[in-house]
Ligand binder design. Structure first.
Ligand code: ADP
Ligand code: MG
Length: 348
């Protein structure tokens, strides 16, 4: 191209910028589910429904509906712009982030690489209309008032239609759905006060209530048999609060995927934390086996840096050593409460 040969610099178009950003945030269908579920959580939804439709070509449609606070017509349109967010306004807000989102990137990114139909209605005292927006490849193709229940529903189809390389890298429906399940599984464990439903081609795959008890969520997701084996884990120190459950070593897993940890209701991946749980079990488990453990951690927001990765999955802690030690201690205390440390001859 001429501009490149002449070395002339130009600013990329918004459409191109959004497609590039989408590459970071929206890797696969599960990323769409993660971002939209997080938006529903931020909108204070009490129930969130995820409906997946697949066909021979892969995951075809994703619909997320919530009963959250919704948006008025103006906000609904702006929400698709890049860096449009209602959640932070200045950099210091980042030091104490209480919402799942803050980058204002997800909707713009999703809309850049798919066809999105949003129907949203703000919770208002006076009767008010809802808004429907259809946006395809970043271009608004329809905007109209509609009658709608309070809350927001977002319907995503034709994902990656204009980014063929990304589309080519998608795996089988089974694999992609496993990733989606994982997202909803983690979100439901991290938010036991909210009811989640996941459907695949109309069939219920996961369904939780909103009692606020982690054990109830474990029961919903894994069944009663599993839940009754679980041992409560409580923190011993006061600088952080651990609320969770761990399984006896007899209920181990072949990989670390059943060590599910959330920090201030955000499902996180933190290798040091996962290793801390593994360390707590010590020699109770053979080398290649992993514990089953669900931990919800509450800690001063200031010690958590969530702005490490665009998808915010990885987080860092400023008091990492104290946190991991507290995890080891509280999980060991839980195991000890059932005399498991001694009966396996691995206690100290
Ligand atoms: P972020 O979540 O980082 O703010 P998003 O692109 O995910 O960025 O969303 C942009 C904005 O759209 C949000 O800040 C919020 O105001 C609004 N929004 C998105 N989804 C919903 C929803 N389900 N209910 C209400 N408002 C929403
Ligand atoms: Mg968001």
């Amino acid at each position: 191209p001429e501009s490149r040969e002449s070395g002339k610099i130009h600013i990329l178009s918004n459409a191109t910028i959004n497609k590039i950003a989408a590459g970071e945030v929206i890797e696969r269908p599960a990323s769409v589910v993660k971002e939209l579920v997080e938006n529903s959580l931020d909108a204070e939804a009490t129930s969130i429904k995820v409906e997946i439709t697949s066909d021979n070509n892969g995951i075809a449609k994703i619909r997320i509906s919530d009963d959250g606070y919704g948006m008025d017509a103006d906000s609904a349109l702006i929400s698709f712009s890049r860096h449009a967010t209602s959640k932070i306004s200045k950099i210091s807000d980042l030091y104490e982030i209480s919402t799942m989102g803050f980058r204002g990137e997800a909707l713009a990114s999703i809309a850049a690489v798919s066809k999105v139909t949003m129907i949203t209605k703000q919770r208002t005292l006076e009767p008010s209309p809802g808004t429907k927006i259809v946006i395809e490849g970043g271009d608004v193709v329809e905007q109209s008032p509609v009658s709608a229940p309070d809350g927001t529903s977002i319907f995503v189809e034709k994902l990656f239609f204009n980014t063929p390389v990304r589309k080519k890298f998608l795996k089988s429906v089974k694999t992609e759905f496993t990733h989606i399940f994982r997202v909803v599984e983690e979100a439901s464990l991290a938010n036991s006060g909210i009811s989640f439903q996941l459907l695949h081609n109309g069939k219920v795959s996961l369904s939780t209530g909103k009692s606020g008890s982690v054990l109830d969520t474990i029961t919903y997701v894994y069944g009663t048999e599993y839940a009754k084996e679980m041992i409560p884990v409580k923190s011993l120190q006061t600088f952080m609060k651990v609320d969770g459950f761990c399984a006896p070593p007899s209920l181990d897993a072949p990989n670390s995927r059943k060590i599910i940890i959330s920090v201030n209701n955000r499902p996180v991946y933190s290798l040091p934390l996962v290793q801390a749980v593994k360390r707590a079990y010590g020699t109770l488990l053979p080398r290649e086996r992993y514990p089953v453990c669900f931990l919800n951690i509450r800690i001063d927001r200031k010690v958590v840096d969530v702005n490490v990765h665009p998808a915010k999955k990885e987080v860092r802690f400023s008091r990492e050593k104290e946190i991991t030690e507290e995890i080891v201690a509280s999980v060991r205390e839980a195991l000890d409460s059932r005399n498991l440390l001694f009966s396996y001859g691995a206690g100290n």
